[in-house]
Design a protein around this ligand. Structure first.
Ligand code: FE2
Ligand code: FE2
Length: 475
């Protein structure tokens, strides 16, 4: 077995070098991670020098060190935000007790499940995005894709560290299984459905990083409140990286809109056929992509009524978004929350116990945050002097989880018959023809400073480098 100096090889602030058992476990896992990266990481990219940021510590200077690196040699580090030895549990039945530095036996199974579910999404998104490098619209975008990919790899390391450090043998088995499941694979798929969908083109990638990485933000925020302190500290640090992923999505979609509006003004038309012929994504197609990614992502929050959600909260495993800023008793017994259901073919609100509705509470927080960004996209259209507006579809649209699954609802929130749904679904969700068209725009642009015709250049480069910087060297 190799004797790697882990304190050198894996940047960390958890004293890896002092724990022989942990070190041995990670030494066994690491080659499997690298072979997973080789098989399922970004296609055909192993030899490229990529201008990436690497975290070498959690302080402001250390967490974003930029330089060229070949991705298989990326230093996937393990970082926990600094701890507070006096930290108290601030919600649930254990409110006021000291936070846990070790896993309480009675919560072991639930905590493991939470960590595995989060951990599973990280390699899944790398798998979903692995072909996109072949059709990058610019070197700048290619670099951003790779940055997101290596950081999702680091997030996997973060969860695997917890499994190895705190869950003994089952933890090691779960860490192996995280490298064995495959996005979209029939026999051994990823745990959550949105992570088994394809990310076939760059518009899908930008929508995914805007919406689905934002689901990541809300899940991580809820876990950052956890009574299990190592989980809280790990997820807090992951959030610093997540911000860039959502930036890639928001600015990516924004640049697509900007380019489309420019061509709409040049040609003085909003006719999708003419715009497509001119090589840009018409706004109705963009809206359908938005509808798809939004609806698939809000399913990720789980069933609107869930006894697991209540248990996770009451036992202190998972808090609410910004738990610490909320002005209530942080126990929530006897309180209620309004969720949407279906009665005699119509959408109706009903009150359910708040504790059981915590998935819905988190989903509603996510929805608010998502809509704010859609409004920023609308500003781009408005600035171009055009009347079109993008809109989040109704919460009940295209849902597959909870009490809204199985009812057909239009993006405006009208319950529709199966026949009407089938007749109109191509107005509401990307059709095969839409996807073929978007795919037809995808072509690789690799000359520094050049951009594909369907997307505007960014306002500025990465880490104050110019937009025409050589972000990736192909060697
Ligand atoms: Fe992540
Ligand atoms: Fe992410």
């Amino acid at each position: 077995m190799s004797s790697i100096d882990y304190s050198q090889k894996i940047p960390n602030n958890v004293n890896l070098g002092d724990d022989r058992t942990l070190q041995r476990a990670l030494e066994q896992w690491q080659p499997n991670f690298l072979s997973w990266w080789e098989d399922m990481g970004p296609e055909g990219s192993q030899g490229f020098d990529v201008y990436l940021r690497t975290a070498v510590s959690v302080d402001p200077q250390g967490w974003a060190q930029f330089g060229y690196v070949k991705m298989p040699e990326y230093r996937w580090g393990i970082f926990l935000n600094p701890g507070d030895a006096n930290r108290k549990i601030h919600f649930g039945d254990h409110l006021g007790e000291a936070a846990w530095t070790e896993v309480p036996g009675e919560y072991r199974a639930n905590l493991r499940r939470i960590i595995v579910t989060q951990g599973d999404t990280e390699p899944a998104s790398v798998e979903q995005q692995r072909h996109l490098g072949l059709t990058a619209p610019s070197l700048y975008d290619l670099r951003n894709l790779f940055q997101v990919n290596v950081e999702e790899g680091r997030h996997l390391w973060a969860m695997v560290y917890l499994l190895h450090r705190h869950f003994g043998r089952d933890g090691r088995e779960e860490a192996e299984a995280l490298l064995e499941r495959r996005s979209g694979e029939q026999d051994n798929p990823r745990i959550l459905q949105a992570f088994n969908e394809k990310t076939p083109d760059w518009l899908a990638f930008f929508m995914f990083t805007y919406f689905t990485d934002r689901d990541g933000k809300f899940q991580l925020c809820a876990l950052a409140e956890s009574a299990f302190d190592p989980l809280a500290r790990t997820t807090k640090f992951m959030l610093t990286e997540e911000a860039h992923h959502m930036f890639v999505g928001e600015s990516g979609v924004s640049r697509v809109i900007q380019r489309t509006c420019q061509v709409m003004n040049e040609l003085k038309t909003d006719d999708p056929h003419k715009l497509r012929a001119a090589g840009v994504v018409d706004l109705p197609t963009l809206q359908r992509y938005l509808n798809f990614h939004y609806s698939v992502t809000i399913d990720l929050f789980g069933a609107d009524e869930s006894s697991n959600a209540a248990t996770f909260y009451s036992t202190g495993l998972k808090g609410r978004f910004e738990e610490g800023k909320r002005q209530d008793d942080h126990r929530l017994r006897g309180q209620s929350y309004s969720v949407l259901g279906v009665k005699e073919g119509a959408l109706v609100e009903r009150e359910v116990p708040m504790l059981n509705a915590l998935n819905e509470v988190l989903r509603d927080d996510f929805i608010k945050d998502s809509i704010a960004g859609i409004e920023r996209w609308n500003k781009v259209i408005e600035k171009a002097g055009l009347p079109h507006r993008l809109k989040a579809p109704h919460k009940a649209f295209h849902r597959n989880i909870g009490s809204l699954a199985g009812v057909k609802v239009s993006p405006e929130g009208q319950v529709v018959s199966e026949a009407e749904w089938n007749a109109r679904v191509d107005e509401w969700l990307p059709s095969a023809a839409d996807r073929d068209f978007v795919a037809s725009l995808m072509g690789r642009v690799v000359e520094p400073g050049r951009f594909a015709g369907w997307i505007a250049p960014p306002v500025m480069g990465i880490n104050r480098q110019p937009v025409d910087f050589e972000y990736v060297r192909f060697n």
